[in-house]
Design a protein around this ligand. Sequence first.
Ligand SMILES: [Zn+2]
Length: 228
Amino acid sequence: MTIKKTIDFILTLIFPIECLGCNKEDIYLCDECLAKIKIYDQPPVFEHPLTHLNGIIYATDYKQKLLQQIIHNFKFRYIKELAEPLAKILAEFWTNYINSVETRNCASLQNDKPIIIPVPLNKKRLLERGFNQAELIAKIFASQFNYPLFSNAIIRSKNTPHQVGLNKKERLTNVKNSFAITDPELIKDRIVILIDDVVTTGSTLEEIAKTLKQAGAKDAWGLTVAKD
Ligand SMILES: [Zn+2]
């Protein structure tokens, strides 16, 4: 047994793996519980004046208790495996959404090769968590639709403090000029879909969209699993 496997084994003795919904053993979320999460056909329009983003689209309502538990365990108990059900939710939503009557006329969304970029995490939080939760979701999502994934196309150029507890205006100031594009050629004239787990005010997505468009991206959309 490798050291990592030994540690994993000990951890499962202390924290046994069980479904967050029904306590079934050996799985973090069973298919039956996953199916209980309500996914929007058409999410309510994101009410925030967007200047740079073409829109923010989200798959579910964060008010659902089980969904909150999944996201909490994923981000704060570092259970990486939960990226999979979250990506499944996003993919199921997206399949319906891009084929819906409402979006069939949107040329930007009907583009067959948008590029996928996860919202980057700052270095400090990446070290704490060991993974970028948005990147894990984006990876599974992109491969399902054969969309190109550019995980490192955008970086945080400064460490922004936590957004929790700040109002909309403070959040926007907080994230101002905190992103940079690593290789503008990757995104030039492309339609970019930014992936994150949860959207709150949209300030981070909006700031990234500004940076993307200044660097030559054609369109920029935010796509998240839930809206808080
Ligand atoms: Zn279950």
